[in-house]
Design a protein around this ligand. Structure first.
Ligand SMILES: C[S@@+](CC[C@H](N)C(=O)[O-])C[C@H]1O[C@@H](n2cnc3c(N)ncnc32)[C@H](O)[C@@H]1O
Length: 237
């Protein structure tokens, strides 16, 4: 079985693990790939939906991995015991849901070494929550599928100092490691903000004025990061 795009990028960020938990596994492709490729010795796969988990169960059976991958129906990490897993993956969900899944299971997360998170939205809020709650982001990557960018965040327990709020939106590790898609990613974000600014300017109400100022400030911050990033971008030299 081959993975591509977003799921492959998530898989590539998973360290060698004794036991991986894939929360909200749905189709189960990620844990099957991880176990088959030897990155994970075993896996627990969970989903709040029994119907979704059935898909994973069928895939596990088709690959003969019933002794290595255990499906469990349940909410977040509530069906995982402390000490069971060294790596937790939560992919393909909103950043606030990912935050809640970690927040609601401190007794489980305490013994987990690595968290591989792939939020579909609210990425900035998730990064801020991680930084404010004893996590440190140790790696990040970007992947693009058609015109959509996906962000993969690898976190561990630890302290982290985020010097500017803009690094919640544009992950600091992406800048540090000069992710090959970073320039395009920031351009994409700036274009989205510019479109919002244009829309707010056309409204011209007192409420929209406050929002407008906030978005203009954000755009300025993104521009600063963009200038910094393109200075070191080999392709622009
Ligand atoms: C969009 S799918 C993502 C599947 C897979 N992780 C991926 O990245 O391709 C989201 C899955 O998360 C499950 N889910 C949503 N909320 C959940 C929760 N609180 N706990 C466990 N699973 C949840 C849904 O039932 C669904 O199967």
């Amino acid at each position: 079985m081959r993975l591509k795009g977003r799921l492959l990028s998530v898989a590539e960020m998973v360290p060698r693990s004794k036991c991986v938990v894939d929360v909200g596994t749905d189709h189960g492709r990620l844990p099957v790939w991880l176990v088959k490729s030897g990155i994970a010795e075993r896996a627990i796969v969970t989903d709040i939906s029994a119907a979704s988990l059935k898909k994973a169960e069928a895939l596990i059976k088709a690959h003969g991995l019933e002794s290595k991958i255990e499906p469990r129906v349940g909410d977040g990490l509530s069906v995982v015991y402390p000490g069971e897993a060294d790596t937790v993956i939560v992919a393909g969900m909103g950043g606030l849901l990912i935050r809640d899944i970690l927040k609601n299971a401190p007794h489980v997360t305490a013994s987990v070494k690595t968290f591989v998170l792939q939020p579909m939205r609210a990425q900035g809020l998730l990064r801020k929550w991680l930084a404010d709650n004893g996590y440190t982001i140790v790696d990040e990557s970007l992947v693009r599928e058609k015109d959509k960018f996906y962000e993969v965040i690898v976190a561990r327990h630890g302290r982290q100092h985020i010097p500017k709020d803009v690094y919640y939106d544009i992950g600091y590790m992406l800048i540090k490691k000069q992710d090959p898609l970073l320039k395009e990613f920031i351009e994409h974000k700036m274009a989205k903000i510019a479109a919002i600014i244009e829309q707010l300017e056309s409204q011209g109400t007192p409420d929209s004025k406050k929002e407008l100022d906030e978005f203009k400030r954000k755009l300025e911050e993104y521009r600063e990061v963009y200038q910094w990033v393109t200075r070191y971008d080999r392709s622009s030299r």
